[in-house]
Ligand binder design. Structure first.
Ligand SMILES: C[S@@+](CC[C@H](N)C(=O)[O-])C[C@H]1O[C@@H](n2cnc3c(N)ncnc32)[C@H](O)[C@@H]1O
Length: 310
């Protein structure tokens, strides 16, 4: 599956304005923001700088995240205190962030964490940055797992651990998780500890290290077609290739996982997929013994979640 149909849910170049510097863009070595600066003009400067490489609405939304997540200033506070002078150290901090962000480092890596389903997860360059649409996988897993009455689940390719940890916190299932990246697993273990979630992590290829029975298999596997790499936003270049690229048009890891999960007698599998990969993966699932398959679409109408039942 190649071409636009298989595209990753976030971050194609086509989605952003061309990376031309905005008017008033500053040389990276020049102190970017003249002091003293008021909160409202600080945010305006952040937006102006981000608009150099992001579409206006994304620059606007991200500027609020900088103030809220980075400086800990809520919108209501800013409305009331917009005319107050920003402390010098906050301005230097924003200067530093701007320099890193102009080099297209994603905000979550600069910050070191990301909010997902209302919880804070540590992220590093060894882990994928959690995406909002992966909540659709979680919702489908909760629904399917409850309908099937499962008591166990295994998250394959856990990354920062979002799916496994959230399942452990929101169900009474025994949850295991695997990843082929030792460094990603360390981050997932830290996240589980900080949320007090009981997850059994193991290093291994797909289900190889997962204890039996595997229960409901849940996964957001790498599914981007490597041929699409040149079209992706520069930010994705900093995320681990192991987390993004699925081989064989993006389908190789998902296909092997469908096979292994069926061999391991999983009652079902819930898996994130690339837009347009649905029909091909449904056919592959059935060819590997899954009795029933369904595709859930995301808010943009793209195929996003494959559910297969034994
Ligand atoms: C798309 S990321 C998903 C991370 C996390 N579950 C999330 O949704 O944010 C895919 C993850 O699968 C892992 N991975 C890739 N190939 C794997 C394999 N053969 N076996 C186990 N994990 C694998 C990567 O290291 C990466 O952490």
């Amino acid at each position: 599956m190649t071409g636009p149909g298989a595209h990753f849910s976030l971050g194609r170049r086509g989605g952003a304005s061309p990376p031309v510097p905005c008017e008033g863009a500053l040389h990276p070595l020049v102190h970017a923001i003249p002091y003293p600066v008021h909160h409202h003009s600080l945010r305006a400067r952040i937006v102006e700088q981000l608009r150099g490489f992001l579409p206006p609405e994304e620059a606007e939304a991200e500027s609020w995240r900088w103030l809220e997540e980075g400086l800990g200033l809520g919108r209501a506070w800013l409305l009331a205190h917009g005319e107050e002078v920003v402390p010098g150290e906050s301005v230097s901090q924003v200067d530093h962030w701007l320099e890193r962000r102009r080099a297209r480092e994603p905000w979550a890596y600069i910050l070191g964490w990301s909010l997902w389903r209302g919880r804070r997860f540590k992220v590093t360059r060894d882990t994928l940055i959690p995406r909002p649409e992966t909540e659709l996988v979680l919702e489908a897993a909760l629904e399917v797992g409850r309908r099937l009455g499962v008591s166990k689940a295994t998250d394959v390719g856990t990354g920062s651990g979002i799916l496994a940890i959230t399942l452990a916190l929101e169900t009474d299932w025994g949850v295991s998780a695997t990843d082929i990246s030792r460094r990603a697993l360390r981050v997932a273990e830290e996240n589980a500890a900080s949320h007090g979630a009981l997850v059994r992590f193991s290093l291994g290829d797909l289900l190889a290290s997962a204890p039996d029975p595997v229960g409901l298999v849940v996964s957001n596997p790498p599914y981007v077609d490597p041929l699409e790499a040149p079209d992706l936003q520069p930010e994705l270049g900093l995320e681990p290739s192991l987390a993004l690229f699925g081989g064989e048009g993006g389908l190789a890891v998902a296909t092997e996982l469908l096979r292994e999960a069926h061999v391991r007698s999983a009652p079902g599998i819930v898996m994130e997929i690339g837009a347009g990969q649905g029909p091909e993966l449904e056919a592959r699932a059935r060819a590997r013994g899954w009795r029933k398959t369904m595709i859930h679409k995301d808010f943009a109408g793209h195929h996003r979640v494959l559910v297969a039942l034994a």
